[in-house]
Write a protein that binds this ligand. Sequence first.
Ligand code: NAD
Length: 327
Amino acid sequence: MTGGVGFVGGHIAEHLLKRGHRVVVYDIFNSETTPSAEKQETANILKSTAAEFEDKGSRLKIVNGDICDSTKLNAVVAEEEITACFHVAAMVDDRRSVLHPMEYIDVNIKGTATLLRILGEHGVKTVVQASTRSVFGQVLDNDSRIDENAQRLPINPYGATKVATDAFAHCYAHLLGIDVAIIRIFATYGPRGRHDMIPRICIDNIRRGTPIKKFGDGTATRTWIYIDDVVSAFVMAFQAIQRGKLKGYNQFNIGTEASTTLNEMIETAERVVGKKSGDSAAECAQRRCAHRGSSQMGEDSESSWMGSESDAGRGTEEDTRIQHGKR
Ligand SMILES: NC(=O)c1ccc[n+]([C@@H]2O[C@H](COP(=O)([O-])OP(=O)(O)OC[C@H]3O[C@@H](n4cnc5c(N)ncnc54)[C@H](O)[C@@H]3O)[C@@H](O)[C@H]2O)c1
């Protein structure tokens, strides 16, 4: 499980451990989206889950490693006798990717290509790999349905790198005989959600009493899928490959048809926290010209919704620079 202490990976790992699987988490514990300390908390949750379900056969090993480190990857895949891989690790902050594109190219493209090649060479034939709705770019019409064959027109480096990682999965499925399922996730919410995503921003800001900056009147909509449904998609794809029902390269868009407005999201967060959010009317008026129903950099990508400049709860470029030494 690459990215196993991140938001999505942590939930998949927990699910697998509860069902008696042996899981090796491989993650660099970076601070891109969530402080490394919080990732350590996820690691602790996984350790206690493994202990609780030990009788069922659950075993957990956590490796602090980089998917770009081929020496370490080779050693882990061989020594741990890996039989299948959930590849969820990635650099994922779409707006930050505009400022630091090379980091996203290095980790997402080179890291994924390295990992897939090593897995294939070690005879690991089952891979379930995360992708994103950001590969499709902007869709201005709310009623359009985005299927797996929709045009790839990413509008930020993050989305572009994910087009490439999907392509590498296809390439190595072909060259090395790996059975791959791409799970293309749309914006996801749930416990331990990311700090850079709107649900967490709303909750954190209301708790702290910091006003939520809205870009526009809050009627812009997005679709949000619950983390457990995303986990189910990963597990179902894994089982289908194991049973021989999915062969070669496969891709699935995982989203929902239900849309939520920003105002509804804020109202829900207010109910959850039990407090009203700060008044942001002045901010709204000032920023109206910036509102296009969605942000410019990553309309439907996972982190953006309110605008592309500096949403409440997000830092400046300086603030969002990743902790030194912890890409
Ligand atoms: N959360 C969403 O709404 C959403 C939406 C679309 C796609 N996705 C995809 O789901 C996957 C997981 O995203 P997430 O939301 O859990 O993000 P996250 O930031 O919580 O998790 C990503 C994990 O990858 C790890 N990682 C980053 N670089 C690494 C490297 N070089 N080597 C090893 N590990 C590394 C990080 O430390 C982190 O724990 C990503 O592939 C992302 O593209 C997520």
